[in-house]
Design a protein around this ligand. Structure first.
Ligand code: C2E
Ligand code: MG
Ligand code: MG
Ligand code: MG
Length: 283
């Protein structure tokens, strides 16, 4: 009817929808130029061990747009996934992170830290992904075990056989693999035992239910995850730690590494190195 048709026309010309689509299209065009214009950078966030020492860093991609300022990864990574640009961007992230680790490894003070790099589904499932990572690691000169690739449940689920094959090949080269955002999906528990992860990162949604509100049941789930991961020979990282209570609570539950604003915000190389110097000085 006219009324129904009118409604659908109105919906079609909804100014909000229009601007979201237009905005997405503009971002997509600008994203295509971002690499060559050198608008990407990496932020690094510390991971600390049980003594508070820095044991690793996670590399987090930043897009410094000349007009928009910093565009959050949650806004542009899904677009880059859709149009395939994530493959090229991901190569840049891997090479930059390995180059930075090589610089740190060149200085004795850095010790044997790991650098963790997030890998997207489209990137991981490329036919030449493993060869590419191995080449980047070789060219940078880092210890292969210094690199830890973070993958997520949805990537595993999209092709379990391919995931297993690639994990075995990467591990044969000594490269580490972490399961990121653990616990947010429905089947994480089921396949954790079937895939050879080195590390499990408990998602911040669980971490933030612990600590202050420890009376709930969140801690039972966390403890179960930790025990299972340890029994499978994997280390456990708690991410998104924002308070000292959460840090203490997760330490007592048996986590091995800790990451979050409470321990250090993501920052550029200079900011990270400064915080490391402070940590070393107080040792
Ligand atoms: P993620 O891998 O789970 O990374 C952790 C995110 O939590 C980061 O957000 C980090 O800044 C944030 N975070 C750290 N500590 C805290 C805390 O205490 N509280 C809270 N609320 N948040 C905290 P960011 O940098 O915005 O990245 C968001 C997501 O974008 C990442 O989640 C990851 O999935 C993706 N991402 C980031 N860099 C890359 C990349 O180079 N490649 C790919 N494919 N994805 C990336
Ligand atoms: Mg991550
Ligand atoms: Mg993630
Ligand atoms: Mg995460």
């Amino acid at each position: 009817e006219a009324k129904a048709a009118g409604r659908s026309v109105i919906r079609f010309y909804d100014p909000n929808t229009q601007s979201i689509l237009a905005q997405r299209f503009r971002l997509e065009v600008e994203l295509r130029h971002a690499l060559e214009r050198e608008e990407f950078s990496l932020a690094f966030q510390k991971q600390v061990g049980l003594k508070g020492q820095c044991v690793g860093v996670e590399a987090l991609l930043r897009w410094n747009h000349p007009v928009r300022g910093e565009v959050p990864p949650s806004q542009f990574i899904p677009i880059a996934e859709d149009n395939g640009l994530i493959v090229e961007i991901g190569d840049w992230v891997l090479a930059s992170a390995c180059r930075q680790l090589a610089l740190w490894e060149g200085r004795s003070q850095a010790g044997k830290i790991t650098v963790s790099v997030n890998v997207s589904s489209r990137q991981f499932h490329q036919a030449d992904f493993v060869e590419k990572v191995v080449r980047i690691v070789d060219e940078s000169g880092i210890r292969p075990a210094g690199l830890c690739l973070e993958i997520t449940e949805s990537m595993v689920l999209s092709d379990l056989d391919d995931t297993l094959r690639k994990m075995m090949a990467l591990r044969a080269h000594g490269i580490q693999i972490a399961m990121d955002d653990f616990g947010t999906g429905f089947s994480s528990m089921a396949y954790l035992s079937r895939l050879p992860f080195d590390e499990v990162k408990i998602d911040k949604s669980f971490v933030q239910q612990s600590g202050e509100h420890a009376s709930g049941n969140a801690w039972i789930i966390i403890e179960t995850i930790i025990n299972m991961a340890h029994n499978l020979g994997m280390r456990v990282v708690a991410e998104g730690i924002e308070t000292s209570q959460q840090h203490e609570f997760l330490t007592n539950l048996g986590c091995d590494r800790f990451q979050g604003f409470h321990l250090g915000r993501p920052g550029n190389v200079q900011a990270l190195e400064q915080s490391l110097d402070v940590a070393l000085a107080t040792d």
